[in-house]
Design a protein around this ligand. Structure first.
Ligand code: 28F
Length: 640
C-alpha cells in the first residue's frame, strides 16, 4: 500500500498538545482500567502491523518486562528520523510527541491501517512515565527517550548496526498515576495478538513474558490468515465439511477477505473486522456478506432442485445456523457509525463484499456439490425447526394475551412490584430452593428453583429450547420475552442471581444458565443484570463463634487469626443443601453480607467467549479439558 516516497518526513500534520491526553485519557484509549492499560500495547503493535500491511515488516515481538514495562520491536523500515520541516524537528519525534487528528475514541479521525502511521504512539507516550525508541536504519541505531511525553534530548545516533538490520523498537512504562491497574495480563495480550496474527496472514508475532522465573512465550504465525482463524474458532466443534470456504478480492478500493465453515452447533458466530479492528455491531461489510450468502444459496438450491416449490426460500438465519465466519475488509477511510462508533458505515464496503462473496461462493458451490448439498440440507432442517418454534411461540403469545402473564408455578415471587428493588434467585435443585424460599426476604427476593440440569442450548434446536419447561419458566419469570420479542424495559427484577453449589456440578449448571442467557438474552448480561451468588466453602466454629470462608486462602487467614488448635471445628460445605435457611441467608443471600459476582461481556473478546461456550458445552472432550486446565476467565469479580 505505501512506498518510501509517499510519506516524507514532512507529511505529518501538527495538531493538539499531549496535555489533552493526560487530562482525558478515556477519550483516547477508552478507559484507564486494565483495558486501557492493554490498549497502550495494541496502539504500538498496530503501528508495527501497519508497517506489515504496507509490505515491509514480517516479525513483531512483544515483551512484558519484569517491571511491567512493555517492549515492542518490528523489522519494518524503521520510523523516518529526518527533519520534518513544518515541525522543525525529527519525524520520529513528531510521531511520538504530536497528537494526530482526534483520538480513536474521541470521534472524528480514525486510524487507517496501512495509510497513516503512528497515530497512537503519542498517546502512549503521553501516558507513560518513560518511553524510549530505537530506530535501525542505514546501518545506524537512532535513539530518543521521553518522560511523560517530553523528549529528554534530540534524536541521536547511539550505535552502528548491520546495514541489513532495519526496524523500530519501543519500550514504555505506563504511568501508575493514570492507570488503575498496572500489571499486564499475559492471557489478554495473548488472545489479542493471536487475533491480530490471524488477521494479517504471514505476519509472525511473538509474545514473551519476562516477569517470572522462567520466560513464558507464544508465537503466532498463520500462513492461512483468517482461514486458520475459522479452523481455530471451530476447534471444539465438529465441522460439517472439511474445507474452510475462502473468498478474497478487491473492489472500489476495498480489500475483502471472507472465510467460513459450518459446524454441528446451531449458532451464528460471524465476526467482522475493518482494518483489523473488530466491529461488534457489524455494518455495511457484514450486510454485504449476509446478502451475498442468502442470495447465492437460494440461487443454488433453486437451480439444483433442492428448493422445489418456486415460492420456497431459505432465510438468511437458516443458512447461518452453525456458521463460523470472519469478514475482514481493509479500507482507506473507514467511517464508523452508531452510538459507540463500532459499526462500519462506508457504502462501498457493502457492494464490495457482496460482489466478491457472490461471485466466488457461486463458483465454490458449483465445484463442491457435496458441501453445497450438506449446507442446504442443514438450512432446511433449521427452517423446519424455526417454523415449529414460531408456532409454539405464537401459541404462548396468544395464551398470554388471553389469560395475562401466567407466572410459573414453582416461582416464589416477591411482593414489591418495583423491579428496581427486586431480585430473583435461580436455584439449583428443589431442596436448596426450599431453604432459599424460607430464607429470603419476601418483599424483594424471588426464588425460582430449577430441577437438575437445564437444557444445553448449545446443542439443541429452537423448537426443543422453547419446549423446555425450565427455560419457559425462566422466560416467563423474567418478563422480558425473547429474541425479536425481547424488551428489557419489561424485566421484572433488577438482579438475576444464579445460585448453585460450589462444586463441579454447580459450576456446570451455572455455565448452562449463562450459555442460555448469553445466547438468548445477551442484553441482560450487557446491561449488568446477571450475577453469580457465592456460597461459602467452609464454616469454622470456635467457642460458639462462627466464621465463613469462601476459599482456601480465606480459611487459612481465619485459622491463623484465631489460632490453629483442637477447639476449631471446620465444616466443608459440599452443596447449598447442607446449609439451613438461616445459614443460607447469612452467607449467600443477605444483601448486606453476601458476595455477588457480576457477569460481564467484554465486547472486544466476543470471539473468545463464543469459543468458550462452544468448548465448555460442545461434544469434544479434549478441548474442554485443556480449557479447564488453562482456566480462562469470563467472569469478573465484583464485590458488593
Ligand atoms: C514498535 C512499533 O511503530 N513501526 C513503525 C514505521 C515505518 C514508517 C513510518 C512507522 C513517516 C512520516 C509518518 C518508514 N519509511 N513499531 C512501529 N514503522 N512509521 S511506525 O512512517 C511514519 C510516517 O510521518 C515508514 C517510509 N515510510 C514510512
Amino acid at each position: 500500500m505505501g512506498n518510501e516516497n509517499e510519506y516524507g518526513a514532512d507529511q505529518i500534520q501538527i495538531l493538539e498538545g499531549l496535555e489533552a491526553v493526560r487530562k482525558r485519557p478515556g477519550m483516547y484509549i477508552g478507559s484507564t482500567s486494565a483495558r486501557g492499560l492493554h490498549h497502550l500495547v495494541y496502539e504500538i503493535v498496530d503501528n508495527a502491523v501497519d508497517e506489515a500491511l504496507a509490505g515491509y515488516c514480517k516479525n513483531i515481538s512483544v515483551t512484558i518486562n519484569p517491571d511491567n514495562s512493555i517492549t515492542v520491536e518490528d523489522d519494518g523500515r524503521g520510523i523516518p528520523v529526518g527533519l520534518n520541516h513544518k515541525a522543525g524537528k525529527s519525524a520520529l519525534e513528531v510521531v511520538y510527541t504530536v497528537l494526530h487528528a482526534g483520538g480513536k475514541f474521541g470521534g472524528g479521525g480514525y486510524k487507517v491501517s496501512g495509510g497513516l502511521h503512528g497515530v497512537g504512539a503519542s498517546v502512549v507516550n503521553a501516558l507513560s512515565t518513560h518511553l524510549s525508541v530505537e530506530v535501525y536504519r542505514d546501518g545506524k541505531v537512532y535513539y530518543q527517550s521521553y518522560k511523560i511525553g517530553k523528549p529528554d534530548e534530540e534524536v541521536r545516533v547511539i550505535d552502528d548496526c548491520d546495514r541489513e538490520k532495519h526496524g523500530t523498537k519501543v519500550t514504555f512504562l505506563p504511568d501508575a498515576t493514570i492507570f488503575e491497574e498496572t500489571v499486564y495480563d499475559y492471557n489478554t495480550l495473548k488472545q489479542r495478538l493471536r487475533e491480530t496474527a490471524f488477521l494479517t496472514k504471514g505476519l509472525r508475532i511473538v509474545l514473551n513474558d519476562a516477569r517470572g522465573e522462567t520466560m513464558r512465550s507464544h508465537e503466532f504465525h498463520y500462513a492461512g490468515g483468517i482461514k486458520e482463524f475459522v479452523t481455530y474458532l471451530n476447534r471444539s466443534t465438529e465441522a460439517l465439511y472439511p474445507d474452510v470456504i475462502y473468498c478474497e478480492g478487491k473492489k472500489d478500493n476495498v480489500y475483502v477477505e471472507v472465510a467460513m465453515q459450518h459446524n454441528d452447533s446451531y449458532n451464528d458466530a460471524t465476526y467482522s473486522f475493518v482494518n483489523n479492528i473488530i466491529t461488534p455491531e457489524g455494518g455495511t461489510h457484514l450486510a454485504g456478506f449476509r446478502n451475498a450468502l442468502t442470495k447465492t444459496f437460494n440461487n443454488y438450491a433453486r437451480a439444483n432442485k433442492i428448493l422445489k416449490d418456486s415460492e420456497a426460500q431459505l432465510s438468511g438465519e437458516d443458512i447461518r445456523e452453525g456458521l463460523t465466519a470472519i469478514i475482514s475488509v481493509k479500507i482507506e477511510e473507514p467511517q464508523f457509525e452508531g452510538q459507540t462508533k463500532q459499526k462500519l458505515g462506508n457504502s462501498e464496503a457493502r457492494g464490495a463484499v457482496d460482489s466478491v462473496v457472490s461471485e466466488q461462493l457461486t463458483y465454490f458451490l458449483e465445484q463442491n456439490p457435496a458441501v453445497a448439498k450438506s449446507i442446504c440440507e442443514k438450512s432446511l432442517l433449521a427452517q423446519r425447526a424455526r417454523e415449529a418454534a414460531r408456532k409454539a411461540r405464537d401459541l404462548t403469545r396468544r395464551k398470554t394475551a388471553l389469560e395475562g402473564m401466567a407466572l410459573p408455578g414453582k416461582l416464589a415471587d416477591c411482593s414489591d412490584k418495583d423491579p428496581k428493588n427486586c431480585e430473583i434467585f435461580i436455584v439449583e435443585g428443589d431442596s436448596a430452593g426450599g431453604s432459599a424460599k424460607i430464607a429470603r426476604s419476601r418483599a424483594t427476593q424471588a426464588i425460582l428453583p430449577l430441577r437438575g440440569k437445564i437444557l444445553n442450548v448449545e446443542k439443541a434446536r429452537l423448537d426443543r429450547i422453547y419446549g423446555n419447561a425450565e427455560i419457559k419458566a425462566m422466560i416467563t419469570a423474567f418478563g422480558t420475552g425473547i429474541h425479536e420479542d425481547f424488551d428489557i424495559s419489561k424485566l421484572r427484577y433488577d438482579k438475576i442471581i444464579i445460585m448453585t453449589d460450589a462444586d463441579v456440578d454447580g459450576a456446570h449448571i451455572a455455565t448452562l444458565m449463562l450459555t442460555f442467557l448469553y445466547r438468548f438474552m445477551p442484553d441482560l448480561i450487557k446491561e449488568g443484570h446477571v450475577y453469580l451468588a457465592t456460597p461459602p466453602l467452609f464454616k469454622i466454629e470456635k467457642n460458639k463463634n462462627v466464621w465463613y470462608a469462601y476459599d482456601e486462602a480465606e480459611l487459612n487467614k481465619i485459622l491463623t487469626e484465631i489460632g490453629r488448635d483442637g477447639n476449631n471445628k471446620i465444616q466443608r460445605y459440599k452443596g447449598l443443601g447442607e446449609m439451613d435457611a438461616e445459614q443460607l441467608w447469612e452467607t449467600t443471600m443477605d444483601p448486606e453480607k453476601r458476595i455477588l459476582k457480576k457477569v460481564l461481556i467484554d465486547e472486544e473478546k466476543t470471539s473468545e467467549i463464543d469459543v468458550t461456550f462452544k468448548t465448555l458445552m460442545g461434544d469434544k472432550v479434549e478441548p474442554r479439558r485443556e480449557f479447564i486446565e488453562e482456566n480462562a476467565k469470563y467472569v469478573q469479580n465484583l464485590d458488593i
